[in-house]
Design a protein around this ligand. Structure first.
Ligand SMILES: [Zn+2]
Length: 297
């Protein structure tokens, strides 16, 4: 056999798609396990690489065989092997959610060079959602690198994929930017999305502050939406804010009704709802935007 024939690249599409989804799910569970470390340690300003995973109660190092995503929690029945103290159900929940999220992203993207970028974006959102839910905080340690990541993705991804990938690129490429190189169109789209995302959140906070004289929204939400807007583009950013405000209002009103409060002073972790909105926009936004645009054609 000539040597050249040995170098023929294997055809991966012969593998059944189900195998790809299983791989995506396993990767998601592993990344979810890492996100647990990020979610626990970042707000406490601890290093996320050192030391190894420890029991939050007794501090005993967790052996690798007790650190298998989802499975170890089930085997150990949610208790530390050493001190038998209960371990928060958040740990397997984050792992399971991240696994499902990665399967959904793989379903959305298919076998695309954009897949690792969408995985990273979705994982960052999941970490922000859980940190904001617990601490009412969206750490700069995620949002700042997230903004840089979005800019890099904007420059690189259109050259890696056959389709434009970013939702806003087709509309921008037909407009004023028709004769621009794709990287310029892409970066302008990212800037526009960041301006709409960060700008509208800043405006909401500013208006609320003027009306009520209290600081309602932290700059964390603004920075988070700067990152989301730069990555998703203007259409999906508007959708993200719509879903975030709507779901946040509904949950907020329900919580206030339950607590018997009518003064609107109850603070909600808005980043949770914006994060869920951004995940929904990433997965289903393009279809929703197309459907909506179709109503006016
Ligand atoms: Zn323990």
């Amino acid at each position: 056999m000539p040597a050249a024939e040995l170098l023929v690249t294997p055809t991966f599409n012969l593998l059944p798609p189900v195998f790809g989804y299983i791989l995506a799910g396993i990767l998601g569970a592993l990344i979810g396990s890492f996100l647990n470390v990020v979610i626990h340690r970042l707000p406490r300003e601890e290093s996320i690489v050192f030391p190894n995973s420890r029991c939050p109660s007794c501090g005993a190092a967790i052996a690798f065989y007790d650190n298998i995503p989802i499975l170890s929690y089930a085997v150990l029945k949610g208790a530390c092997r050493g001190c038998k103290k209960h371990i928060s159900a958040r740990y397997p929940l984050v792992e399971l959610l991240c696994a499902l999220l990665f399967v959904a992203v793989a379903w959305h993207d298919g076998l695309s060079a954009a897949l690792p970028f969408d995985f990273a974006f979705a994982a960052a959102l999941l970490a922000l959602v859980f940190i904001d839910a617990e601490h009412m905080l969206l750490p700069n340690a995620i949002t700042y690198p997230g903004i840089v990541f979005a800019v890099v993705a904007r420059l690189v991804v259109p050259y890696l994929t056959a389709t434009p990938h970013f939702d806003d690129l087709p509309s921008l490429a037909h407009g004023a930017l028709a004769n621009s190189p794709i990287w310029l169109t892409s970066i302008v789209g990212g800037f526009l999305g960041a301006l709409i995302g960060g700008g509208s959140l800043w405006l909401m906070g500013w208006t609320w502050e003027k009306l009520r004289g209290i600081e309602a929204m932290g700059l964390g939400d603004v920075k988070m939406m700067f990152m989301v807007g730069a990555y998703l583009g203007w259409r999906l950013t508007i959708l993200t804010i719509f879903v975030g405000v709507l779901s946040g209002s509904v949950i907020g009103i329900l919580l206030m009704a339950r607590a018997g409060r009518k003064d609107m002073q109850m603070l909600l972790p808005f980043g949770v709802f914006l994060g869920l909105g951004a995940i929904a926009a990433l997965l289903f936004g393009s279809q929703v935007a197309e459907w909506y645009a179709g109503q006016f054609r």
